[in-house]
Write a protein that binds this ligand. Structure first.
Ligand code: GDP
Length: 487
């Protein structure tokens, strides 16, 4: 479903000022050009350098990607147990972890890492993720071919001997004099385990010495549960390039996400039908994303009360008229306007109650409130393809909202507001020993997702430095006190 640029080439506006490649046929992936028409224009101008970098990457991916002679040669070397010197193509193979929001954040982080280190990004696509996203790179594929030799996800864990940290420990590699290590002396691939461990990013590789050694491996396999893009900003050797790519640091996921992720025509059908039926003609759209984490359950009444407090304090929805008050159908500019509330949640209770409220009582200013919820799946199902299609559709629908309130800690919500380029209100988690959060919600300082587990700054430093205190472009997250967020 990939074709060269032809008569049906989309206009420059549809390519988001050069973010998207002109090398696709529009019909193969309608969302690529249609989805952004449902949103306000991006508030973050694209840097010409990033656009250039993406075009260069696309050419590289096409040259080295699956199906090419170079790819076959690289796989042959991997199978032969050799890491060749002076390889023309280098690869990073992404493996999935957790739910869809987490996966989108780690794919984008891995892609940024690939851009910075001249690697081709390939994805291990599990059955539950098949058919969700269009190919992002023209004339090639990002799907890891099925005959890839190191295709066993069970081998990828913190104790794997192939992990970089374990190779360092066992003396297979050294990072004290990285320039002296010949590439051909290294194992055929390295595993980078970038997961949260004791509230820190494990493997702690975001330092120059380690990156020099890692750069010598032609094959890297990576698994992560974290939005590790902010950690790349803490690696001195990447700093300058990142500053050119992202003059506004809070737009990293906003741009990379809009570049990489395009729902396939099937999922786009779900999104488009829903949007056209319920959201296209309203005056304002407000998204509420309510996520109850199994590991930190919150009672329905408490979550509902918190949402109501947030709505009231931040004036997100019109007030109801008192019982004795006549409804005002004529006053002010708001009368007759329609505000749509889109609810994303696994449960239907929040929708039922909010809809009931505006069904039973008029609003004080005469505004009309229409409440919608596309699905309520009840259970999260990591391995169901249909379930993931709905999850993806809802992330997109949320991302068309003008205002968003979301549950703390949820990567599902992070992706939605970041696509939108809208700073959300975050419904804070109660303190660990409390059932109710004292503060209902706070406004996020940026549209970047939060990295829940910070890396250690200055890799060999003995003491623990607070990154947010020394780097002017990172802050602690509103919802995860020790987390980091670019802004
Ligand atoms: P997180 O756990 O909130 O950080 O988000 P993830 O997306 O990584 O994992 C949660 C998964 O649960 C999602 O991918 C969905 O499969 C499911 N899920 C959670 N909330 C919703 C929702 O509002 N709508 C739908 N359709 N699925 C949801």
């Amino acid at each position: 479903n990939v074709s060269a640029s032809t008569a049906s080439s989309p206009s420059p506006d549809m390519l988001l000022g050069g973010l998207l490649s002109a090398g696709f046929d529009e019909s193969s992936c309608q969302s690529r050009y249609r989805s952004n028409l449902y949103r306000k224009p991006s508030p973050f101008p694209l840097s010409p350098h990033l656009a250039q970098k993406l075009r260069k990457y696309e050419a590289y991916h096409k040259k080295c990607g699956p199906g090419t002679k170079r790819y076959r040669r690289a796989v042959k070397q991997l199978k032969a147990g050799r890491n060749a010197d002076h390889s023309e193509c280098k690869y990073v193979v992404w493996f999935p972890c957790n739910g869809l929001g987490n996966r989108m954040l780690t794919i984008a982080s891995t892609f940024l890492y690939a851009l910075l280190t001249d690697r081709v990004l390939l994805m291990h696509v599990a059955p539950e993720q098949e058919g969700l996203f269009c190919e992002p790179f023209p004339g090639s594929s990002w799907v890891l071919p099925g005959d890839f030799p190191e295709n066993n996800p069970h081998k990828l864990h913190i104790g794997a001997p192939e992990s970089y940290a374990n190779m360092l420990k066992s003396g297979v590699v050294r990072n004290d004099d990285p320039n002296s290590v010949p590439a051909s002396s290294l194992p055929p691939y390295v595993y980078l385990h970038v997961e949260q461990f004791q509230l820190k990013l494990s493997d702690n590789v975001f330092c120059d010495e380690d990156q020099v050694v890692l750069g010598k491996f032609n094959w890297m396999v990576l698994k992560s549960d974290s939005y590790f893009a902010p950690a790349l900003f803490l690696t001195p050797m990447f700093e300058e390039e990142l500053a050119r790519m992202f003059p506004q640091k809070e737009a990293v996921f906003h741009h990379l996400g809009r570049y990489l992720f395009h729902p396939t025509n099937k999922v786009w059908g779900i999104i488009r039908r829903y949007y056209e039926a319920y959201l296209a003609r309203v005056d304002e759209k407000i998204g509420f994303q309510i996520r109850i984490f199994p590991e930190k359950p919150i009672k329905f009444e408490n979550m509902y009360d918190q949402l109501m407090r947030c709505i009231r304090e931040q004036r997100l929805l019109p007030e109801l008229a008192g019982a004795a008050e006549p409804a005002n159908h004529t006053a002010g500019g708001a009368a007759g306007k329609v505000k749509a509330v889109l609810i994303a949640s696994l449960y239907s209770g929040y929708y039922e109650k909010i809809r009931g409220m505006y069904y039973e009582s008029p609003t004080r200013n005469g505004e009309v409130v229409a409440v919608f919820q596309p699905s309520h799946e009840e259970q999260q199902q990591y391995t169901s393809n249909e379930h993931n299609q709905k999850a993806l559709a809802e992330i997109y629908l949320l991302s068309y909202c003008d205002k968003i309130a979301m549950t703390a800690w949820s990567t599902f919500g992070y992706v939605a507001y970041s696509f939108a380029g809208v700073k959300p209100w975050i419904l804070l988690r109660p303190d660990w020993d409390k059932e109710v959060s004292a503060v209902a919600c706070v406004r996020s300082a940026s549209v970047e997702p939060c990295l829940h587990s910070p890396p250690q700054l200055g890799c060999r430093a003995k003491k623990n430095v607070d990154v947010a205190a020394v780097k002017p472009y990172v802050r602690h997250c509103e919802d995860v006190g020790f987390g980091l967020k670019l802004f």
